[in-house]
Write a protein that binds this ligand. Structure first.
Ligand code: GDP
Length: 494
């Protein structure tokens, strides 16, 4: 087991005891208690990643909000001075949060990886205040929240690709000399659905060289764009040293960055202890169905949801995730050695719950295992900005990540967060396109990494026109989205 906190100590084995004895800080209970709920990870972070994180913490403390260096760099921003080739002042990445919580978490983890690779200090702009409510501060003795008096704060919410500061627009106007199009003290990156080939230049080596000297980079993204950072040659060596196992990027960065705040931790632990703790095995099932217009952005088909519960049951039975159902009433079987299995179902609606629960209520299992099926909430729809709704969503993602085996829905960043934090390779459902259950009903993912849904495909200069899923062995197309890209362990045996 590993734990990144507190910064001075790397904990292995039963280090939780050691940690909790040393700390009487109650401001972030999950920091010290999560090891009580999580299974030991089968992956170990590289010593290089650990030391890089310690260095980053020192950088953030030295350069974070209202430090001398921050104040000086803010003055440069106010005076429209964009680059800083001479002094040793700090450089910053302001990440604008956007869309649902899963998207926010994954894009923030990607932004942090970019900050690590470019020695920038990451500051989060979140107009809804969700970051502060849902997560503990990840870095010691400082804050990752963008100060309220940040000079261009009131422009951030509406920042878009038409802004003159947008890097894509700058290269569109001035080609390979973007410095000629500089007009203010920052560069903006628009990494959002609908971004164009100029915006995608962010993922090109030559453009990163230009950005090296820019003090303030502002980025809006809802993508898990980490896989595409592996295409940038100048990052390659560092990424290999940080992540010798390529499919652990979100697993490690997610566990490091996203510690549930006390109110969410209270939801998680109460639910876990009430419904999950006593079972021998825990199965997570995440059912997420999208509106047809959203499905259309991913896939060339429509989906109906009547057959979804049967698809979930089929997936569970065909892959041995849940025990078989006994339909022969006269059979009596010894009740010894039976297991208790807790199934945590998450969904915005109870529509699927009854049918899945009834499958095991109407009949016993062949081996008389006892199945409890639970659903924590049915929020109806996404309610961005609603505090309790977001806490429940974060609690449910986290609870799914504490299960032993996980079934997820295609394209859902909610499910990706759970699988990555849990270190689980989920079984991804094949959504039914008519009233029949697809065969197979699901496929197990080849890696626990999230999918980058809309990656650059144009290539940079010499790589133009090449399939971006075939450029390097560890970045390949996603199981749930052919045009998407995700990280795989290079020597994968699956
Ligand atoms: P995605 O849309 O599936 O990629 O996931 P996001 O997390 O980005 O956005 C969906 C949002 O809908 C979540 O953040 C929640 O606010 C809400 N949501 C979706 N599924 C669930 C669920 O199973 N439980 C809860 N509590 N909220 C959900």
């Amino acid at each position: 087991m590993f734990c990144f906190f507190p910064p001075r100590i790397l904990v292995h084995g039963d280090g939780f005891q050691e940690l909790s004895l040393q700390s009487n800080d109650n401001s972030c209970l999950s920091r010290f208690q999560s090891t009580l709920y999580r299974k030991e990870s089968s992956h170990m972070p590289s010593s290089y990643l650990i030391s890089k994180l310690r260095q980053y913490e020192a950088l953030h403390k030295r350069c974070g909000p209202y430090t001398e260096s921050y104040n000086r760099t803010i003055r440069k921003l106010e005076s429209g001075n964009l680059t800083d080739e001479s002094s040793s002042d700090c450089k910053y990445l302001v990440k604008i949060q956007s869309d649902g919580l899963g998207n926010r978490i994954l894009s923030l983890a990607s932004a942090f990886l970019y900050a690590l690779l470019t020695n920038r200090v990451l500051l989060v702009y979140d107009d809804k205040g969700e970051t502060a409510d849902l997560f503990c501060e990840p870095f010691p003795d400082t804050s990752w929240l963008l100060p309220m008096d940040f000079p261009v704060r009131n422009q951030l919410r509406t920042m878009n690709k038409r802004n003159v500061e947008n890097y894509g627009s700058m290269v569109k106007v001035s080609g390979d000399s973007p410095s000629q199009a500089l007009s203010s003290g920052f560069v903006y990156h628009h990494l959002i659905l609908g971004y164009d080939d100029n915006d995608k230049r962010f993922f090109c080596d030559q453009d990163q060289i230009f950005l090296q000297n820019v003090s303030w980079v502002i980025m809006k993204s809802h993508f898990y764009f980490a896989p595409a950072l592996f295409f940038i040659e100048s990052f390659e060596k560092e990424l290999t040293a940080l992540f010798p196992e390529k499919d652990t990027v979100f697993h490690f960065l997610g566990r490091y960055l996203f510690l549930p705040s006390n109110p969410t931790w209270d939801l998680i632990t109460r639910y876990y202890e009430t419904y999950l703790a006593k079972s021998d095995e825990k199965i997570g099932i995440q059912v997420r169905t999208f509106q047809p217009n959203i499905v259309a952005t991913f896939y060339d088909a429509t989906f109906t949801d009547q057959a979804v519960p049967d698809t979930v049951v089929s997936c569970s039975l065909d892959n041995g995730l849940l025990p078989k159902i006994e339909t022969n009433e006269s059979v009596t079987i010894s009740q010894r050695n039976r297991k208790s299995i807790a199934v945590l179902l998450t969904s915005l609606t109870y529509r699927y719950f009854d049918k899945i629960r009834d499958a095991y209520w109407d009949h016993p299992t062949v081996n008389r295992d006892v199945i409890g099926i639970f659903q924590a909430s049915s929020e109806g729809n996404q309610k961005t900005g609603d505090k309790m709704h977001n806490r429940k969503a974060w609690a449910e993602m986290y609870l799914l990540s504490l299960t032993d085996k996980l079934i997820t829905s295609p394209w859902s960043t909610f499910g990706y967060v759970a699988q990555g934090l849990g270190g689980l390779r989920p079984w991804i459902l094949h959504m039914p396109s008519n009233e029949t259950v697809p065969n197979p009903a699901c496929t197990q993912a080849g890696s626990m990494e999230p999918c980058f849904h809309f990656p650059p495909s144009h290539g940079c200069k010499e790589k133009s026109g090449i399939d971006s899923g075939a450029l390097v062995p560890h970045v390949r197309h996603c199981e749930d989205l052919k045009k998407g890209l995700k990280l795989f362990e290079q020597k994968a045996s699956y």
